[in-house]
Write a protein that binds this ligand. Sequence first.
Ligand code: HEC
Ligand code: HEC
Ligand code: HEC
Ligand code: HEC
Length: 339
Amino acid sequence: MNGNRKTLLPVLGSIVGLSLLVAGCEDYPPVDAEQQGFRGVAMEHVTNPRTVARLKARNQMPEPLERFEAEGDLASEVYENVQVLGDLRETEFLRLMTAITEWVSPEQGCTYCHTDNLADDNIYTKVVARRMLQMTKTINSKWDNHVGETGVTCYTCHRGHPVPEEVWHRDPGPKQARGMTASSAGQNIAADAVGVTSLPYDPFYTLLQQDNAIRVASNAALPRGDNPVDIKDTEETYGLMMHMSGSLGVNCTFCHNSRNFSAWDESRPQRTTAWHGIRLARELNNTYLEPLKPVFPEDRLGPLGDPSKVNCATCHQGVHKPLFGAQMLKDYPELNAVK
Ligand code: HEC
Ligand code: HEC
Ligand code: HEC
Ligand code: HEC
């Protein structure tokens, strides 16, 4: 009897401990499951209503500013140093300045990007913001295969913060012991970037900046010659997939049919949208963000000297359509056409 109690107590203790641990990880059940693929293939989207409620609260679109008749002269005529927004009328121009202040630097105000003379480019934030205007217009006009009519504004990424909350720089990883110890090749560290798994902790530089293939299925047994896919590449692919799922708040079957991850004809159309999203992120990082390196002060750069860059989470922030698909761009057509 006594012996029994002795073994029972630790068992009970671990059950209680374990349930507390589990309760700490995930909101309590019940969860909702929505069928998204053919019957019987388990392509279900599982959501927890309590998590969704929290996400909804965090992903609200701000009220659009009132729009006025496009009046006054062209900004290029009234002002001294307008290189991107020159085609806007005065009223449109000032409304947009007010909006970007609300989206990017609501606490700091106009002075986050301007010194006494509004025409001066002597503050890095203004130079960055000009490039951001061009970047936003490119996203909206060139990448409709990803952002559709929904589009993006500065708010999609910034959400009232001068530096968006979800960005990445190159990660030097933990210090490596020297001598005979093998390089861990970025493994065996529970990294946030890859869903707290021990997959390679920096899939962003190789896959969202460099133009490497995102493949695991090889067509030969050994990684040589025309078959460059090795285990490290495979793990990086999985690392990126963990990031993509986490950023969108979905599981793998939101895009894939898990009986064959490679097959496009068995995937959902969302996988094609995601494919374009990967190319979009690469263009933003290579054409807009990396080249801003000399503009940023040193303390804004990462440990390897690169500026912060974009991944799926920068826009999506836990939701499969940023801001739950709120149509924000239609109130700011100035951010659409590339002029
Ligand atoms: C996030 C950065 C940012 C904020 C905040 C901002 N601006 Fe600007 N502003 C710019 C950029 C970039 C330009 C240049 C646009 C271009 O080259 O097309 C500019 C240009 C201007 C100009 C034209 C000056 C000239 O003569 O060339 C005026 C006027 C102006 N802003 C007013 C404001 C006002 C007023 C506010 C606050 C309500 C404000 N801005 C807030 C980035 C910002
Ligand atoms: C696709 C996401 C995205 C969009 C859209 C976007 N930005 Fe940015 N922005 C970034 C990233 C990433 C950085 C780099 C973060 C940093 O400054 O280290 C950045 C940096 C900035 C900075 C410099 C902040 C600082 O102090 O270092 C300014 C100013 C800025 N953006 C203004 C804008 C404006 C204005 C718009 C809209 C016209 C805009 N951004 C749209 C992602 C975005
Ligand atoms: C938002 C859509 C999306 C989600 C969610 C997603 N994937 Fe992917 N996956 C893709 C796309 C797109 C590609 C192809 C990328 C490319 O070729 O550039 C891909 C490629 C892959 C590949 C490589 C297939 C091959 O041909 O070698 C594997 C394996 C994979 N995904 C597994 C996963 C796993 C496991 C998860 C969940 C942790 C997941 N994916 C979540 C969109 C998604
Ligand atoms: C510049 C901002 C931005 C970035 C970066 C971005 N997306 Fe998107 N994404 C959007 C917008 C906006 C939509 C909504 C489009 C619409 O309403 O049709 C969207 C839609 C999607 C959809 C379709 C969702 C659905 O419910 O149909 C998928 C899948 C997706 N994105 C995946 C990704 C992946 C994966 C990445 C990173 C590789 C990524 N996105 C990066 C802005 C972005």
